[in-house]
Design a protein around this ligand. Structure first.
Ligand SMILES: [Zn+2]
Length: 294
């Protein structure tokens, strides 16, 4: 971005003068930059943030450990997800996203990472679409052998989000291994004292991620796979459990929900010479990059 120093200066100035980060743009194009409606959770105010600022702000705040073509692919995903949320408002009624990082993506508008600015500038205005519709192109940190479908994880089917063979990460070792005394496992999973871990069973969705855990005689206790992963301190639902009667060993792969683009996978693909368009095609088969804004 040619005028980035001016742009950054304008941003810092506005941030310094006003209590919440308001509409800080446009500087370059005279008023018609596409904006994202953003809920400020502290005040309930809806701020209008230029979409390209938001893309850079998410990339900066997240500090993803990827660069080059992988970061460009991630930038297109963030822009696509933001545009989808601006149109469909799946999380907030009056805003595309909010500033609570436990609810929506973390972002910052206070300082921008140079690599984030470059990745956004080099893909500026580009959105992933399927048959003309914006794809909610989610990303996650790292995957197992297969990415998950949006339907399995969120209950909503999208043509480009049905899961792919994640060959590029297939040989990765487990991300985390947890060993728990079999007698302690029921309590850890929320069952009352005296419950037994007998009959421990992991029901899996097609990508191999755990959808539900059952245990106890006759499958008395059931809990959601994501809930079980959180209680066991696991970074994803991609886990296996083995028991010798005394101990239960749980091995987990990947990090995140497994839907969409794996950022570690994207980095590996970039290292083999793939372009960001090819990386997006790998994780979102059938998706098309469209120049939706200037
Ligand atoms: Zn939110």
């Amino acid at each position: 971005m040619k005028n980035f120093s001016l742009y950054l200066f304008a941003l810092v100035l506005c941030v310094g003068l006003l209590p919440v980060v308001p509409r800080v743009f446009p500087v370059e194009d005279g008023g018609d930059a596409e904006v994202l409606h953003l809920l400020r959770t502290a005040t309930g105010e809806i701020a209008e943030v230029p979409l390209e600022d938001y893309v850079i702000g998410v990339l900066t705040a997240a500090g993803y450990p990827c660069d080059g073509e992988a970061l460009k692919a991630t930038a297109v995903c963030i822009r696509s997800g933001a545009r989808y949320c601006e149109t469909h408002r799946p999380t907030h009624r009056d805003a595309a996203a909010c500033d609570d990082p436990t609810c929506c993506a973390p972002f910052t508008l206070e300082s921008f990472d140079e690599s984030a600015v470059e990745a956004a500038a080099e893909t500026r205005g580009q959105t992933l679409t399927y048959e003309g519709e914006t794809v909610p192109a989610t990303t996650f940190a790292s995957g197992g052998k297969k990415t998950a479908s949006a339907k399995a994880v969120y209950g909503t089917d999208f043509p480009c989000l049905r899961g792919v063979e994640n060959t590029v990460e297939a040989d990765e070792p487990p991300t985390k291994t947890v060993r728990v005394a079999a007698d302690d496992l029921p309590k850890l999973l929320g069952a009352p004292d005296g419950s037994t871990a007998d009959g421990l069973f992991l029901a899996k969705e097609p990508s191999g991620r755990v959808a539900e855990v059952t245990f106890g005689l006759g499958g008395t206790w059931r809990l959601d796979g994501a809930d079980a992963a959180a209680r066991l301190g696991l970074p994803s639902c991609f886990f296996e459990a083995e028991t010798d009667g005394t101990w239960v060993t749980v091995r987990c792969e990947g990090e995140g929900d497994g839907v969409g683009l794996s950022r570690r996978g994207a980095q590996k693909l970039a290292e083999t010479g793939k372009t960001y368009a090819e990386i997006l095609q790998f994780y979102f088969p059938g998706g098309e990059i469209r120049q939706t804004t200037e």
